[in-house]
Design a binder for this molecule. Sequence first.
Ligand code: AMP
Ligand code: MG
Length: 326
Amino acid sequence: MIIFGLEGTAWNLSAALVDEKNVLFEKMATYVPAKGGIHPREASQHHAEHMARVVGEVLQEAKDKGLKTDGIAFSQGPGLGPCLRTVATAARVLSRKMNVPLVGVNHCVAHIEVGKWRSGATDPAVIYVSGANSQVLALRRGRYRIFGETLDISIGNAIDKFARSVGLGHPGGPKVEALAKEAKDYISMPYTVKGMDLSFSGLSTAATEAAKRYPLPDVCYSLQETAFAMLVEVTERAMAHAEKKECLLVGGVGANKRLGDMLTSMCQERGAQFFLPERKYMGDNGSMIAYTGLIMLKSGVSTPIAESKVNPGYRPDEVDVTWAEG
Ligand code: AMP
Ligand code: MG
């Protein structure tokens, strides 16, 4: 089976073709805001502008190699409404034109599935940390249950907001990580874990305030240490509760080496195994949508056009996991 996948929930428009074993091709076009954070309408205009080229390049490669596409997968949500609608419109057209089934994929579930596929994890507790989401999940009785999540903004957003406030530009994650390496001291920051849930908004503001008085590297370091300790605490408790012996890190913030190291030591102490997919599968990409669409279609799931409406607030635990056991 060969599936075409289209991702475009936020900053990255990406199309890919995958089969059961490999990613065959992937093309993308990245939206970079002129100033500030992601503007939903501008991002969707970016996607519309680049859609024909990105999709066309993947389909042309398929044609050149004589490959036949068996289905069209698209990110149905969660994400920015205008971006989702642009992607869904293109996906519906492709499905109709090529006369192959359409499958709407939950973007969070796709991060998890591509992470498992590329890292070899089988039944992990998942820490999903990105520009828009921060969740700790595990498969239980047919769904990816959310054990803990942010009550306000995501960790990626918290870092990006802080970074913009001190003039580091967007996205701030990699810049904050680099600066943190030059730190000398830890500055106390608000550590907010409520039950199994997290809050990052106050932490982001506290870091912005601290940057007025302390060296920037110390603030970056303290922000990371505090936020990541909160995430590791919740992940560890989810692993204990759900009795998972594996931990999988996915989402754009997963590129952070310090977060990976902290999770690695937590796993070592519990006798568990830590999994990290290659970096190109951590942030948003078309391959994750194509692959998840493939395993969904194989398990008999498809999305009739009438049910292909986008869902900006689509939660991963709304999806019946018909393709895996846990
Ligand atoms: P995603 O939404 O999954 O595409 O991920 C984008 C988010 O990942 C943005 O908030 C980035 O700032 C963040 N990010 C990317 N690289 C790093 C890094 N090395 N450390 C922390 N955050 C990062
Ligand atoms: Mg994402």
